[in-house]
Design a protein around this ligand. Structure first.
Ligand code: AP5
Ligand code: MG
Length: 218
C-alpha cells in the first residue's frame, strides 16, 4: 500500500502513522522526522533545515524533494510506504508525481485529516515526545502513566522547539496558504480520502482504514 497522510500541524499525522505503518506493514517516512534527525546529527542539511524549522517555515523544495526522492528509491518502499508531511505545496505534489512515475509506483490514497485551527493549537502546545523511541503524547488528551516518562520504553519526554505559540501561528498560516491547495490536487486525481480528525485517535484510524479499503481506485 502506497499512502500519504496530510493535514495541519497537530492534526494527528504522526499519531495515526504509527498505527497505520503497523497495520499495513509499511515504512513510515516523515520529512519532519528526517529533518529533526539531521539537526540532531548536525549534518549540513540539518543546519540549513533548522533555520527554517525554528521559524515555522518550509525547508526549500529542492532540498526536501531530493531527500524524498532518495528515500523512496530505497528497496523497502517498493512494497509500500506512508509519507507524512510531504508534499506541503503544489510544487512538491507535482515533484512527487514525477518521482513516483520514474519509480513506476502508483499512489493508492492521499489521506487528509480535517481539523479546526483552534483545536490543533491546543494539541501542539500540550504535545510531548519520547526522546528515545519518538512516541507522541499529550499532557491533556494522551497522558503518559508516569509524568515525563514514555510508557513503552521509559525514555524521557521532551517538547519540540517549534511547538511554541508564535511558531504554531506561522506554521498554520503556511498550511492554510500553501499546503491546503494540494487537497484539490489529490481530489482531482481521484485518490483523496478525507477523515474527521476531531475524534479519538482510535476512531480516526478506524475511519482511515475503512475508507482506504473501500476506495474504488485501490
Ligand atoms: P512536521 O514534523 O511534519 O510537523 P507538522 O506538519 O507541523 O505536524 P506535527 O508533527 O506538528 O503534527 P502531527 O500532525 O504529526 O500531529 P501529532 O500526531 O504529533 O514538520 C516540522 C517542520 O519541518 C515544518 O514546519 C517544516 O519547517 C519542516 N518540514 C517538514 N516537512 C516538510 C516539507 N515537506 N517541506 C518543507 N519543509 C518541511 O499530534 C499532535 C498532538 O495532538 C499530540 O500531542 C497528540 O498526542 C495529539 N493528538 C493526535 N491525535 C489526536 C486526537 N485524535 N485526539 C486528541 N489528541 C490527539
Ligand atoms: Mg508529525
Amino acid at each position: 500500500m502506497h499512502l500519504l497522510i496530510m493535514g495541519a500541524p497537530g492534526s494527528g499525522k504522526g499519531t495515526c502513522a504509527v498505527e497505520l505503518k503497523n497495520h499495513y506493514s509499511i515504512p513510515h517516512i516523515s520529512t519532519g522526522d528526517i529533518f529533526r534527525k539531521a539537526i540532531s546529527d548536525k549534518t549540513t542539511t540539518g543546519l540549513l533545515a533548522q533555520s527554517y524549522i525554528d521559524k515555522g517555515q518550509l525547508v526549500p523544495d529542492e532540498i526536501t524533494n531530493q531527500i524524498v526522492k532518495e528515500r523512496l528509491s530505497e528497496k523497502d518502499c517498493q512494497k509500500g510506504f506512508l509519507l507524512d508531511g510531504f508534499p506541503r505545496n503544489l510544487e512538491q505534489a507535482k515533484a512527487l508525481s514525477n518521482i513516483l512515475n520514474e519509480l513506476n509506483i502508483k499512489l493508492d490514497a492521499a489521506i487528509n485529516l480535517e481539523i479546526e485551527d483552534k483545536i490543533v493549537e491546543e494539541r501542539i502546545v500540550n504535545r510531548r515526545i519520547c526522546s528515545k523511541c519518538g512516541r507522541g503524547y499529550n499532557i491533556i488528551s494522551l497522558k503518559p502513566k508516569i509524568e515525563g516518562i514514555c510508557d513503552v520504553c521509559g525514555g524521557s519526554l521532551y517538547q519540540r522547539k517549534d511547538d511554541t505559540k508564535e511558531t504554531i501561528e506561522e506554521r498554520l498560516h503556511i498550511y492554510n496558504n500553501q499546503t491546503k491547495p494540494i487537497i484539490t490536487y489529490y481530489n482531482e486525481l481521484g485518490i483523496l480520502v478525507s477523515v474527521n480528525s476531531n475524534q479519538t485517535p482510535q476512531k480516526v484510524i478506524e475511519d482511515i482504514i475503512n475508507q482506504v479499503n473501500s476506495n474504488d481506485n485501490i
